[in-house]
Design a protein around this ligand. Structure first.
Ligand code: MRU
Length: 343
């Protein structure tokens, strides 16, 4: 698998996920605003990947600041950080990474500006490296929950492309496959951006893990027929009580899993957990342009002027979540108490 995002000299290169799977093409960012645009326009997406991109974008931005004094540098850096924080609202990994970069600046108040710039670049690379390591740990913990032979349903793309590499939900699937378990994946296509069809199936096929794509509406019926053994998804933000924000459609998958007695697991690094929010009701849900629903490429699929709304995430109440798989271990209910213990 090609890396999702990397430093290439003094630029940040990311795979343009809007073009996958037909084209594997790099999108080159030379400035902080290039990265903000890339996040907003879905060149790069997926909670941990957005966080890594934000960190690298800030390192690019820092390099362009022409300031000699620490105070001037810091003031300009904080402005960039504020702009970056607003690139997309739901995935808390973005703000988490921005805060980590800010903390680095604060910790180097006595250092020359040029040294701080280099420290920021190194910190962004560290965030990327740590994310891959986190995902491997999530994989190891999660794999233990997967039977020797299982059909796993997943929604959206929580794979290598949504992270620094290896993936969260797909990390668990990869780890189970690497262990020699007989895994089959059912991938929800995930309207309207089709992350399941375009990205999840692409990644799994590259790794030779059997995958079948289904339309989102087929998940319930397959569960009722006994064709799904467990569900694993990623998350964009997890509130203190274990409520999970993830790609729109996750909520109905979780409810259907419960109704059919199927375990519903969420795989996510602790950087996705936001203990400052008491419940999922406080998580901001991004709404994207309605056009994304009725237009595919240049072609209009609905009547001109049709009304549509496009919330791109939903909240799954924690009562539908069997366990949350993190890099620090598997967390089970009561989530408020057990998630707090991780920190
Ligand atoms: O709109 P996207 O593609 O950024 O949404 C991505 C998801 O909802 C993923 O499931 C989530 O970020 C977890 S990625 C490890």
């Amino acid at each position: 698998m090609v890396p999702t995002i990397k430093w290439q000299g003094s630029q940040v290169w990311m795979i343009d996920q809007r073009r996958l799977p037909s084209k594997v093409q790099w999108y080159v960012c030379s400035s902080c605003s290039d990265v903000i645009r890339a996040i907003r326009t879905m060149v790069i997406r997926g909670a941990p990947a957005i966080g890594i991109a934000a960190a690298m974008g800030l390192a690019l931005g820092a390099r362009a600041i022409r300031a000699r004094s620490y105070e001037t540098f810091r003031a300009q850096f904080l402005k960039l950080a504020e702009k970056m924080s607003q690139a997309r609202p739901t995935a808390v990994n973005l703000v988490w990474a921005v805060e980590r970069m800010k903390a680095m600046v604060e910790s180097l108040a006595d250092s020359p500006v040029e040294q701080i710039k280099e420290a920021l670049r190194l910190e962004s690379q560290r965030i990327l490296d740590e994310d891959i390591e986190c995902n491997r740990r999530i994989g190891r913990f999660g794999e233990a929950l997967v039977p020797k032979k299982a059909t796993i349903l997943t929604h959206c793309n929580a794979g290598a492309l949504a992270t620094g590499g290896y993936g969260t939900a797909l990390g668990v699937i990869r780890a189970a496959h690497e262990k020699g378990k007989k895994i089959e994946v059912m991938a929800d296509e995930t309207r309207p951006w089709l992350q399941g069809l375009r990205l999840t199936s692409f990644e799994l096929m590259e790794d030779k893990i059997p995958v079948t794509v289904i339309v989102d509406n087929a998940a319930g019926s397959l569960m009722r027929q006994g064709r799904i053994d467990l569900v694993i998804t990623g998350a964009d933000r997890i509130a203190a009580n274990g409520d999970v924000a993830n790609k729109i459609g996750t909520y109905q998958v979780a409810v259907l899993a419960k109704a059919n007695g199927i375990p519903f697991y969420v795989a996510a690094p602790t950087s996705t957990i936001d203990l400052s929010l008491r419940s999922g009701d406080e998580i901001p849900v991004e709404h994207r342009p309605a056009e994304e629903i009725y237009r595919i490429g240049r072609r209009l699929f609905g009547p001109r002027g049709v009304k549509a709304i496009n919330p791109v995430f939903d909240i799954t109440p924690s009562k539908y979540v069997t366990a949350i798989i993190t890099e620090k271990g598997v967390v089970r209910p009561p989530f408020r108490r057990n998630l707090a213990k991780l920190f």
